[in-house]
Design a protein around this ligand. Structure first.
Ligand SMILES: *Cc1c(COP(=O)(O)O)cnc(C)c1O
Length: 354
């Protein structure tokens, strides 16, 4: 049962009609079919990775995806600290049940942005250790997706179970990746930042995994001063993770490799990674718990897809046209850009007469 069969095809031109999907949130057949689409997309992406990059991933594991430019404010580091914490939990208790995850991080660093390049180096170094530890097996895999670009986004976003939107509150103007994932049937773990706020408003906060400081909490902390060391002392899992990075556990041939990175996190982290660490881990535990219940997970996915109407670019442009630019639609046909010159000249002439 496709979306076409369930609510008709008008939603293609009027995305707000996706809200009709809410009527089918308890329909067992529809739930099964939505889950099947996701599973097919995951399988296809796993095959692509195997063919192009010779890496094997477990298509029944949760695909936890964080793809965007590498930047301190987007906090790929917070994700990386979580990966290490999960790794430590597996090693501490190898026989305990664990919800299998494939964490995929991708994005480019600007050529002159040293810290961003070190973040990538940390991710690939952690991946080397985690992916080759027999104690971990297929429970946890870490993939750094190189050369992230639109043609790769088109493949990975539809295959995603969990979308990482974890910037420090008050730093992301909007984000667009967050909306793409939501429309394509991923659940979001995120802060109350940028358009995550509207996504929570549209879908209901209970249908996202919202964690961490709100904008007000961040400004309050800026007044009092952010003390990274206090979190390090207070949270045992954070202390262990940071001690490992600082002592060269992930860079045995160059124990000092991540010194710039650890110095930044302890002494001048403008994006307060440690302050959200504990709540992020708790929220990730809730994600894992729900993932064990595929029906409830998929129901939440359906509620999210149904709430994406507002994020249509058609709606956005129409609103700009009427409210900001004060212009109305014309029935003049604008030819596509690859049309012969003459067709475009005709349109230009007609426009000049208006
Ligand atoms: C959507 C998109 C982005 C923007 O992602 P954000 O999460 O909003 O920063 C960047 N790169 C590519 C290739 C995209 O498709």
């Amino acid at each position: 049962m496709t979306c076409f069969q369930v609510i008709g095809e008008d939603y293609v031109k009027d995305l707000s009609q996706l809200k009709k999907l809410n009527e089918f949130v308890d329909d067992a057949t529809f739930i099964r079919d939505i889950a099947k689409v996701k599973q097919d997309n995951k399988l296809k992406f796993a095959q692509y990775l195997e063919k192009e990059y010779r890496v094997k991933i477990n298509p029944s594991s949760m695909f936890d995806v964080h793809v965007k430019r590498i930047h301190e404010y987007k906090r790929q580091l917070l994700n990386c600290l979580h990966i290490i914490a999960l790794y430590n939990r597996i090693r501490k208790n190898p026989t305990a049940p664990f919800v299998p995850r494939t964490v995929i991080i991708g994005g480019k660093a600007a050529p002159g942005y040293h810290m961003a390049k070190m973040i990538i180096k940390l991710i690939t170094s952690v991946a080397d250790v985690v992916n080759n530890d027999p104690a971990v097996g297929s429970k946890l895999k870490v993939i750094f997706l190189e050369n992230y670009r639109v043609s790769l986004a088109e493949k990975v976003i539809p295959a995603t179970d969990l979308s990482e939107q974890i910037s420090t509150a008050g730093t992301e103007a909007s984000g667009t990746g967050n909306m793409k994932f939501m429309l394509n049937g991923a659940l979001t773990i995120g802060t109350m930042d940028g358009a995550n706020v509207e996504m929570a408003e549209e879908a209901g906060e209970e249908n996202l995994f919202i964690f961490g400081m709100r904008v007000e909490d961040v400004s309050e902390m800026d007044k009092k001063g952010y003390d990274a060391m206090s979190y390090y002392k207070k949270i045992p899992e954070l202390k262990q993770v940071m001690d490992q990075i600082a002592s060269g556990f992930f860079s045995p041939r160059n124990p000092e490799l991540f010194k710039d990175l650890t110095d930044m996190l302890f002494k001048y982290d403008r994006f307060k990674v440690f302050a959200d660490f504990e709540d992020y881990l708790k929220s990730q535990d809730k994600v894992s718990k729900l993932y064990q219940n595929p029906v409830e997970w998929t129901k939440m996915v359906i509620r999210n897809i149904a709430a994406t109407g507002k994020f249509s670019s058609d709606r956005t442009i129409t609103e700009y046209a009427t409210e900001v630019w004060g212009v109305e639609p014309t029935d003049l046909k604008i030819p596509p850009p690859n049309e012969p010159r003459e067709a475009i000249e005709e349109t230009v002439k007609a426009l000049k007469k208006m």
